[in-house]
Design a protein around this ligand. Structure first.
Ligand code: GRF
Length: 203
């Protein structure tokens, strides 16, 4: 079983997947990493792990449709079972989302449906909430709104900054994402209609 991972930046979640692959806990292999930014540190992580790393710069395309058309070609060349968004900071076109319906996942740094979009940690701090976290969901056309698979919660401390809170959340992301991807690659997790099922049970 094969996955393609899409990134734009640091790639700490990608690293968690690389580590899981190396200890045979991923349930498959990372066939390629694709970044829309040439300076994404995740590309270095991929190359160090000898995983094909492709840069597809969005500024070289004059529309979102053309960019996603090129992206589909690169993804499909690697024939993945699952497409994994790991900090890929692009809004996807409906055509791309529909093509990979039920086999594309995202990890988002909040307890969805709270705090869709950007700057989730700062927004959580500004609201003074006691609990924050991360969510893994199947990707649909609704931004950060697809069917939820699993979430991890962390406490918000009174002296937290966006950085310390992000770090606490990311520690949980790095446990969560390899686990969920393994469920999928092992055939235990699938999207049935708009409801994820694990071992045949609705989540
Ligand atoms: C993570 O916080 C993830 O939840 C969000 O983007 C961030 C990516 O971080 N979608 P990294 O590039 O994996 O370190």
């Amino acid at each position: 079983r094969r996955i393609v991972v899409l990134i734009s930046g640091n790639g700490s979640n990608l690293q968690a997947l690389i580590d899981a692959q190396q200890t045979e806990e991923l349930g498959g292999e990372i066939a390629a990493v694709i970044s829309n930014r040439g300076d994404a540190y995740g590309l270095v992580r991929a190359r160090e792990a000898e995983i094909p790393a492709v840069v597809l710069p969005h500024h070289e395309y004059d529309s979102r449709e053309r960019y996603d058309g090129a992206l589909i070609k690169v993804i499909d060349r690697h024939a993945p079972d699952l497409i994994v968004l790991a900090g890929f900071m692009r809004i996807l076109t409906p055509a791309l989302v529909q093509r990979y319906h039920g086999r594309m996942m995202n990890i988002h740094p909040s307890l969805l449906p709270a705090y869709r979009g950007l700057h989730t940690h700062q927004r959580a701090l500004d609201d003074g909430i006691g609990e924050h976290g991360a969510s893994v969901h199947f990707v649909t056309e609704e931004l950060d709104g697809g069917p939820l698979v699993v979430q991890a919660a962390v406490p918000v401390m009174s002296d937290d900054t966006a950085e310390t809170l992000a770090e606490r959340v990311q520690t949980r992301e790095h446990l969560l994402y390899p686990m969920v991807i393994r469920w999928f690659l092992d055939g235990r997790l699938q999207l049935a209609g708009d409801r994820p099922r694990l071992d045949g049970q609705p989540l």
